[in-house]
Design a protein around this ligand. Sequence first.
Ligand code: JFZ
Length: 599
Amino acid sequence: MKLNYLRKTILSITLASSAVATVHAQTMDEMWDNRSSGKAHANIQWFKDAKFGMFIHWGLYAKLAGEWKGKRYYGSGEWIMNQARIPVAEYKQVAQTFNPVKFNAEDWAQLAKDAGIKYMVITAKHHDGFAMYDSKVSDFDIVDATPYKKDPMKALAAANAKRGVHFGFYYSQFQDWYEPNGGRNTWDFEESKKDYQKYYREKAIPQLKELLTNYGPLGIVWFDTPGGMTRDQTQAFVDELRVLQPQSLFSSRVGQGLGDYKDFGDSEVPATPIKGPWESIYTHNDSWGYIKHDMNFKTPEEIIRLLANVASKGGNLMLNVGPDGEGNIPEYSAKFLRETGKWLDKNGESIYSSTYGLIPAQPWGVSTSKPGKQYLHVLYRPENGKLLVPGFKGKVSKVYTLAEQRNLVWKKTGDDVWIDLPEFDKDAANTVFVMEYSGKVPDYDLSVPLTVSNQFKENQLEATFAKLKGNAKIKSLTYSHYYGDWKHTICVTDMKELTDGAEFSIRVTEPGDYKISLEYSCSPESAKQEGSMNVNNQEFLFRTLRTSAFDNKAPLPFIKHTIATTTFTKAGVYQINIKPLQNGVELFKLKSVHLAPVK
Ligand code: JFZ
């Protein structure tokens, strides 16, 4: 069986429940299993409260740093053995030069602490099969095969425990490119001769037992890319390991929907709240493992906003760092994480132990909740300083700034709360306000009209919020930039007939002129088709502009096509209807609708 590893096709998503796809047999969707058992683990609460984790990808690949025999590789650095088809016999020799003398467990744990991080998960063994701890099961480990000769995981487990940071191991249970019977090394070993059960029995399970025995209590065992086991076998595997540490949480990629919480991939923040425990994982630059020519680090502002966005949907952010072959965490990772920590020092109350916001995303930003409190994360300041919290059913008692606890003037008109914002740096990453209230507030509602206001440069309506007509669908499109650098974008697709369409319900808060643009991706077959956008009792015609065909191994380009200018004479609720004017091929893959006030 040939498995198309880096070949995930379109994945249809079911919002607010597990995102499961309908693709080919044992595919990415099973390998990247993001389902969970649905049963609450007795020890899940710390994880739900934690909100911010640090992922660490560290192994022999860090020493190679994205380069093999003079050739540079881009994308997931921990995949270099696979990308360059390095034979086991040669890869093995890298261990002889791996000597991370700069590694300092106290510094790493202190960085996590300073950054406001509550849990750390590090690669004990990645797909390359190399154990970063002292293993008696295999000699291909840091103590036996390198000049370093020490077990860094011992010190790291202790340094985290000392600081109250939960500690966990990533372990690649199926892919092991070093072993003749491990998953996915097809350049040294013949697939048909593999005995996965033997590999599980003789390496994966015994090593996992070492990890679950010798490093104190583990918060998490982070499995990855399952394979080679049936559901029953996976259940038996889970049972055999569970008894060693019943308190440890198992990630969803243990497979077969048997994990304790759900994991979403890189660049994947669900558009609406998801109940139950889950985590989004992100690289800090473009790779998990260290690559010396990858300097594309997310700024503190990007991290702070990402964290708030993930929290507003009810999840955790686990952000990766890739230390180098000497044991140094990249300078920008350390610096930008510490900056994030400074923001969390003042604003952590709005993140830790919070759950998803009851106020749908607004042009100003997002919200998070605690009992009797809504935290308003203002990422974009309204020009006139008047912040609208629309359709809020609670009885508001008090509104104040989180950082200085300064009371603000507000008024309630019907269900709308209008808050007079104080002056604040409009370029700040995220300024948080607290709204205290009593009474029952209905759960998050997908169908409320999306706010469109002239107080912001732009109002963006995401595909997720479209009401579909005919056979139109909402899909999450997965495609990669660099190798293994996956992106996921939710779009309205399959608008092929006159009866198909997408409708957006908007609430325009100030009358005036607005420019409307459609952001979409359009394949050559779909180009030059006529479509129509109906809004405000006007029909605007357009013809699609070609971008490129969807290819999961390449970036998916989007064009922002300005369609029309319209005048809303009154504030109020309007519908925007988009549909094809021809039958046959898909109109385009619609990512969002943009409304920019004309002033
Ligand atoms: C897997 C690994 O192959 C990779 O090396 C890294 O360890 C990462 C954390 O996990 O790769 C994936 C799997 C799934 C997604 C992205 C990368 N995903 O769902 O977007």
